[in-house]
Design a protein around this ligand. Structure first.
Ligand SMILES: Cc1cc2nc3c(=O)[nH]c(=O)nc-3n(C[C@H](O)[C@H](O)[C@H](O)COP(=O)(O)OP(=O)(O)OC[C@H]3O[C@@H](n4cnc5c(N)ncnc54)[C@H](O)[C@@H]3O)c2cc1C
Length: 392
């Protein structure tokens, strides 16, 4: 008798029944030809039914380029003195700012609490500045955000944006135990906070992600940097249980953030809690001396390179191709696309503002022009993936 566990194959039972049947056949097969024993049918989980994305150039509604603020030794989170002012730095989140910012924002606000002033100037109105501002407000600070640009004109708006806390963040050989401890703490805070914001107001939701693969160990989760809680939930689907041409597919739940909804909601929250937003660009640290606030929280992302002379900061240029939305596409994918450069992961993320195709990372490239070769690679790769899927 074959057993199932929660609708899935109970492999221990299969092995027991299958091996007994084979053993019986082997012992008797040479002597007399018996009717073939009834082999238990392999019962797989019901196949996942996924509507394919319709990928073609005439369905492209826009293409965007953003410069991820990458530092090989990871984000900066510390308090410095600058003449009479305290500057708490919170920048350099690489390809993980949408995921991590509630965490680093809370840690920045806790550093700010050591300062007696309860008025704070936050520099930057991307996701790092907005979430730091909210964390400061929650601790009783009166906040003004100063920024050269505000949503939708920030890198944060150009994000894919899944919960990817380790993406483009730190070079593995540059990380230190202290930085890792900060990182894990930030992930735990951010993961919980984003879960609590799930719903239409913030454009945050759960979605299943599928990674087609031929690697039977792909679901075991190898990213040692991540806390255990974030690594749970992956399932390895067998051939017949998923629609891809690969042998396996890893299914895992993923937090999806829709940047245009999320960032606008955060702007509204900052203002609703008494905050103000001023458009202003700072050329040098000297310009900061003109601010009334003696406490400054620096969330300028890549802008910190010029403003504070951080020579480690560099862009990881990322390009997104956006297709017409398809309501029936209610899952995301990672990988499964031919001709991807090593270490670059292609992604498909469906959102209300379109189906987003990503998968480019160009180190230290500052231009925001569209890279046509990369556009072709990402479109053609995804076209191949979705056209080869088994139709539901
Ligand atoms: C293609 C792509 C895909 C991505 N996918 C993901 C993903 O799936 N998950 C994820 O977590 N992250 C992702 N990211 C990364 C994420 O978008 C960034 O880490 C994040 O947006 C950084 O936020 P930030 O607030 O630090 O910077 P920004 O959004 O760039 O904001 C910086 C702010 O500082 C202001 N500023 C800068 N310099 C000055 C100055 N001198 N004076 C005044 N104001 C200044 C700017 O005007 C702006 O308001 C992706 C990024 C890209 C480009």
């Amino acid at each position: 008798m074959m057993g199932t566990l929660g609708g899935r194959l109970d492999r221990r039972t299969l092995l027991k029944d299958g091996s007994l049947a084979l053993l019986a056949f082997g012992l008797t097969g040479c002597a007399t030809r018996l009717p073939a024993p009834a082999m238990p049918a392999v019962r797989l989980r019901a196949p996942v039914r996924l509507a394919p994305v319709r990928v073609s150039r005439d369905r492209v509604i826009r293409a965007t380029v953003g410069l991820r603020p990458h530092r090989p030794s990871g984000f900066v989170l510390r308090a410095d003195k600058l003449d009479g002012k305290t500057v708490v730095h919170n920048y350099g989140h690489g390809g993980a700012g949408m995921s991590l910012s509630w965490g680093t924002g809370q840690m920045a606000a806790e550093l700010a609490l050591a300062h007696p002033d309860r008025r704070a100037a936050v520099l930057g109105c991307g996701v790092a500045g907005l979430t730091a501002a909210r964390q400061l407000q929650r601790r009783g600070f009166n906040v003004t955000i100063y920024a050269a640009t505000v949503p939708p004109d920030t890198t944060s708006n150009m994000s894919l944006a899944g919960f990817t806390p380790t993406s483009g963040l730190v070079a593995m050989d540059r990380r230190t135990p202290e930085w890792e401890a900060q990182f894990r703490h930030a992930v735990e805070i951010a993961y919980r906070q984003l879960q609590l914001l799930a719903g239409p107001k913030y454009g945050i939701s759960w979605i299943y992600n599928y990674s087609p693969t031929d690697d039977a160990n792909a679901a075991s989760g190898s990213n040692v940097l991540l806390p255990e809680t974030v690594r749970t939930g992956s399932v390895l689907l067998q051939k017949g249980e998923h629609p891809f041409t690969t042998r396996y597919a890893v299914e895992r739940p993923e937090l999806r953030i829709e940047p245009s909804i999320y960032l606008d909601a955060l702007v509204e929250d900052v203002i609703a809690h008494g905050g103000a937003i001023r458009i202003r660009k700072f050329e040098t640290p000297r310009d900061l001396m003109t601010l009334d606030e003696s406490l400054i929280v620096n969330c300028t992302g890549l802008g910190a390179k010029a403003l504070f002379g951080d020579s480690e900061l560099m862009p990881l240029r990322g390009q997104l191709i956006v297709l017409m939305p398809q309501e029936e596409v209610n899952y995301s994918t990672s990988g499964g696309v031919a001709n991807s450069p090593p270490g670059v992961f292609v992604h498909m993320m469906p959102r209300r503002d379109g189906i987003v195709l990503g998968g480019t990372s160009e180190r230290d490239i500052w231009t925001t022009e569209i890279n046509e070769a990369e556009r072709t690679r990402v479109i053609d790769g995804h076209k191949g993936l979705f056209e080869s899927m088994t139709r539901p």
